[in-house]
Design a protein. Structure first.
Length: 279
C-alpha cells in the first residue's frame, strides 16, 4: 500500500485485524524483513502495520539529512491516516532509535513497546568514524560493495552456511537502498542523542529482545537497556545474531507473541502462550 504523508509517498503493509502492532525495520533494510512475523501475528489475530521508512524500500528517498524525529513524525502521520490512536510499537536496531524518539515525544500513542536488537546510548567517536567511513565508501564505490561488510556482521557465525537464501535476501534489500536514503539515515544515527537517561520515563510494558551472538548490539547492551526500563521483559535468542527475527524466527515469534498476548487483545481466540527463551 502507498500513502502521501509529510511530502513523501510512503509504502507500507497493513495486514490482518485486531489490536494494531507497528514494526519499524532496521538499517539499511525495509519492511520485507518482517515477513516471518507478519504471517504469524496476523494468524494470531493482530493487525500488523510495517512501513518502509523514508529513504528505504519503496518509500520515497528525498535529499537529507534525516533525523530520528523526522522518521518518528512519518510514523505518527501514517497512524493518523489509518485512524489508529494507540498501538503496540516495535523497532529493530535503527528502528529502535526511532521507537525511543516516538516514546519520548508521543507517549500517549502507544500501549506497549518492543525493543529489538537495539541500544539506548549514542555513538562514541569510534562508531561515528565508522559511520562516516561507511558513507564515503558508499559514495565512492556504490552500495553494492557494502553488502559483504554488512552480511559479515549482521548474522551469527553459521547462518550463512545454514541459510544462504536469507543472505541473498539481505543483499538484495541493501542493493535496492537509495544512496540518498542511506546518507540521510546515517546522519540521523550520528546525530541521535543518548536515550539512556530517558528509559525510566518509559513506563509502559516493554519487551527487550536481544541475541546471544549479536556482534552489533552485545547482550550486555541489551541487558543495560532492559534494566533501565521500569516494566521490561527480557528475551535473549540463542544461536542468533543481529537479525534474530530472521535467523531464529520460531524462537523470536514465541517471545513476541507471549508478550503481545499479555499487553494486547488479539481478534483470534487465545491459546496458551508459548514459552519464551529468556535469560
Amino acid at each position: 500500500m502507498k500513502t502521501v504523508i509529510n511530502g513523501i509517498t510512503m509504502s507500507y503493509d497493513d495486514l490482518g485485524s485486531g489490536s494494531p502492532v507497528v514494526l519499524i525495520h532496521g538499517f539499511p533494510l525495509n519492511r520485507g524483513m518482517w515477513k516471518p512475523q507478519t504471517e504469524v501475528l496476523t494468524q494470531a489475530g493482530f493487525r500488523v502495520i510495517a512501513p518502509d521508512l523514508r529513504g528505504f524500500g519503496e518509500t520515497d528517498a528525498p535529499e537529507g539529512p534525516y533525523s530520528m524525529s523526522m522518521f518518528a513524525d512519518d510514523i505518527i502521520a501514517l497512524l493518523d491516516q489509518l485512524g489508529i490512536d494507540r498501538a503496540v510499537i516495535g523497532g529493530m536496531s535503527m528502528g529502535g532509535y526511532v521507537l525511543m524518539n516516538l516514546l519520548e515525544r508521543y507517549p500517549g500513542r502507544f500501549s506497549a513497546a518492543c525493543f529489538i536488537t537495539t541500544r539506548s546510548d549514542g555513538d562514541d567517536e569510534t562508531v561515528k568514524a565508522g559511520r562516516f567511513a561507511l558513507l564515503e565508501r558508499a559514495k565512492r564505490d556504490g552500495i553494492r560493495t557494502l553488502t559483504e561488510l554488512f552480511t559479515s556482521t549482521l548474522f551469527a557465525g553459521r547462518t550463512a552456511e545454514r541459510n544462504p537464501g536469507l543472505i541473498r535476501d539481505l543483499r538484495r534489500w541493501m542493493v535496492a537502498t537509495d544512496l540518498r536514503g542511506m546518507e540521510g539515515a546515517l546522519h540521523a544515527m550520528l546525530d541521535r542523542p543518548d536515550c539512556t537517561p530517558l528509559l525510566g520515563k518509559f513506563t509502559l510494558p516493554c519487551l527487550v529482545i536481544g541475541a546471544e551472538e549479536d556482534r552489533t548490539v552485545r547482550p550486555e547492551d541489551i541487558r543495560t537497556l532492559a534494566r533501565g526500563l521500569p516494566d521490561a521483559e527480557l528475551c535473549l535468542i540463542p544461536g542468533a545474531g543481529h537479525m534474530a527475527n530472521l535467523e531464529k524466527p520460531s524462537l523470536f515469534n514465541n517471545c513476541l507473541l507471549r508478550f503481545l498476548r499479555r499487553v494486547a487483545e488479539p481478534d483470534a481466540p487465545k491459546t496458551p502462550a508459548p514459552l519464551s527463551v529468556s535469560r
